[in-house]
Design a protein around this ligand. Structure first.
Ligand code: GLU
Length: 279
């Protein structure tokens, strides 16, 4: 049976881009199950009011999903267990670098200048030599040692893309080391990071196809790598087009002007919204 999900963060209003993503995910379930998941690991920016409105806007659009809804803020023990496992395998190291430290180190002549990866400047490995012995440290930022992780997996990463450029994907793990750098898997005060939480929860919820925007396409090889390291099922991935404003810029949370709420208040119907986003 097919299981898809829409996984918004309750940090602002849902806009037309979210409506497109949610409706696409629900349609891709094709009679299976469509799930809502609240990605609220960022406790500073997540607000109950935004969460309430997400439920309300999605229901108004005609979507339905089983309750209870999984909220990532309630899943910290599951993330912790995954970190314990990676730590025990020597694949994580504590890292206290801030943006400035990373930029400075990446700008050193021998590094060849800062290059951008998944989450900003590619991490130049400053803390890679830090102590990895003893128990998993509590509430310390942790990075994945990509080179070591890649060495664990002999064969390339494989998954199926079902979006616009559908087909089988295969990536050598070495390519990853060079293009994304050691990612943060636990942030201070969060106990996880987006990359770790999304992978653990997609597996826990039995997601068969992860439907999301093309802006996340570059994170997919890392997600497949984490699935392989943690022995989790690799879902299919469907990266859909992004909804853009008149100037061609993709919509972001701050684009309140395109908030579904505003169109609702202005008298638009769910059918109008579908038309606006080309569905
Ligand atoms: N929570 C993410 C967002 O709001 C989506 C994560 C995903 O679909 O993988 O952009």
């Amino acid at each position: 049976m097919r299981v898809t999900r829409f996984a918004p963060s309750p940090t602002g209003p849902l806009h037309l881009g979210h409506a497109f993503s949610a409706l696409t995910a629900a349609a891709r379930a094709q009679g299976g199950t469509f799930l809502l998941r609240i990605e609220d690991i960022d406790r500073q920016r997540s607000k109950p009011e935004w969460e309430r409105r997400i439920h309300d806007d999605l229901r108004w659009l005609g979507l339905a999903w089983p309750e209870p809804v999984l909220r990532q803020s309630e899943r910290l023990p599951a993330y912790r267990a995954a970190l314990e496992r990676l730590w025990a395998e020597g694949l994580l190291y504590p890292c206290h670098c801030n943006r400035r430290d990373i930029l400075d180190a990446a700008s050193a002549p021998q590094e060849g200048g800062p290059r951008l990866g998944l989450d900003g400047v590619i991490y130049p490995g400053i803390c890679r030599g830090h102590d990895r012995s003893g128990p998993l440290p509590a509430d310390v930022p942790l990075r994945l040692d990509l080179a070591r992780a890649a060495a664990r997996l002999r064969d390339p990463l494989r998954w199926t893309e079902t979006g616009e450029e559908a087909g089988e994907r295969k990536i050598a793990t070495d390519t990853l080391i060079d293009s994304i750098g050691d990612p943060v898997l636990a942030r201070r005060g969060m106990g996880t990071s987006y990359h770790l939480a999304v992978v653990i929860d997609d597996a826990a919820q039995g997601i068969t196809e992860a439907v999301r925007g093309r802006d996340l396409i570059e994170a997919t090889p890392l997600h497949v790598l984490l699935q392989r390291l943690l022995g989790l099922r690799v879902p299919d991935y469907h990266h859909h087009r992004l909804i853009r404003d008149e100037t061609g810029r993709r919509l972001a949370k701050r684009d309140d002007a395109r908030a579904i709420r505003l169109y609702r208040d202005g008298g638009a119907t769910p059918a109008d919204i579908r038309r606006m986003i080309g569905l």
